[in-house]
Design a protein. Structure first.
Length: 268
């Protein structure tokens, strides 16, 4: 069983967890950090080569968690244009297209291999979506998406994979294609999530920023950091809160604390 609560308080660490994090202060060398940045695309491509389309579960919770996908319509069957920034292999995209026939989706990913998987999916149709490879930190979205044409942007478990110094470039890029008055829907790893506490020493790249064994990276967000990031690029905050869940494995008597940040920022 799971339970979930939302709010503005960060998760409180146990004394053991606090001690583990306090001890782990040694950062990965600058040389290795630069190499990870240079090889980020290669590492994500290898990730999808190893896992193909099997790693992430299809996300059927998006419409439940993000009522905006329905609420931003002025009438029931109004056509919506969405951008899924960082679509992976389509775990979020295809459930949405199946559930809502009045959506046209632009979708992009850093990994050329992930984009190929999306195009090979039986549900892929060029009439309903346009998928393209894109490095959101440097490739102009306007090359593929008309300016101010998008009703909703989803940014789900994407920003955490990007170096914190470059995150603002992603938000600036997205801003150009979003219609005024419309929103970015955000969900990603929050501070002190179970995944953050599981990193072995020697994995730390910076504050709340870590590298996995496969070379992919993950940042863990605080509410304040995310808020400042979006506001600095001209967005207004609508909702920004922690989602804390405890996943319980009764068989093994394990309680796993999951922490996400779930937010909505509007272009004025």
């Amino acid at each position: 069983g799971d339970f979930q609560n939302k709010g503005h308080s960060a998760r409180v660490l146990s004394p053991e967890e606090a001690e583990k994090l306090a001890k782990d202060q040694v950062l990965v060398s600058e040389f290795k950090q630069l190499k990870l940045e240079k090889e980020a695309q290669k590492n994500w491509d290898l990730f999808y080569k190893r896992n193909s389309t099997n790693f992430f579960k299809d996300r059927h919770w998006t419409t439940r968690e993000f009522q905006e996908l329905k609420a931003c319509r002025e009438f029931a069957d109004q056509k919506l244009t969405i951008l899924e920034a960082g679509c992976g292999v389509g775990n979020c995209l295809f459930p949405l297209l199946e559930e809502d026939l009045n959506i046209f989706a632009y979708a992009c990913d850093f990994s050329p291999r992930a984009v190929e998987y999306v195009k090979k999916n039986a549900l892929y149709s060029t009439e309903r979506c346009k998928v393209f490879q894109c490095d959101l930190t440097k490739d102009d979205l306007l090359d593929n998406v008309p300016a101010e044409s998008v009703d909703v942007v989803t940014l789900i478990f994407v920003l955490s994979a990007i170096h914190p110094d470059k995150m603002h470039l992603v938000l600036r890029n997205i801003y150009k294609v979003l219609k005024p008055g419309r929103c970015v829907l955000f969900r990603d790893y929050g501070l002190y999530d179970h995944a953050m506490l599981r990193f072995k020493s020697g994995s730390k790249l910076g504050e709340n920023f870590y590298v996995r064994q496969d070379g992919t990276r993950s940042y863990f967000f605080t509410e304040e950091f995310l808020s400042q990031l979006f506001k600095a690029e001209g967005y207004e905050q609508v909702v920004n809160e922690y989602v804390q869940r405890e996943t319980v494995n009764r068989k093994e008597d394990l309680r796993v604390p999951r922490v996400f940040l779930q937010s909505k920022f509007q272009k004025p």
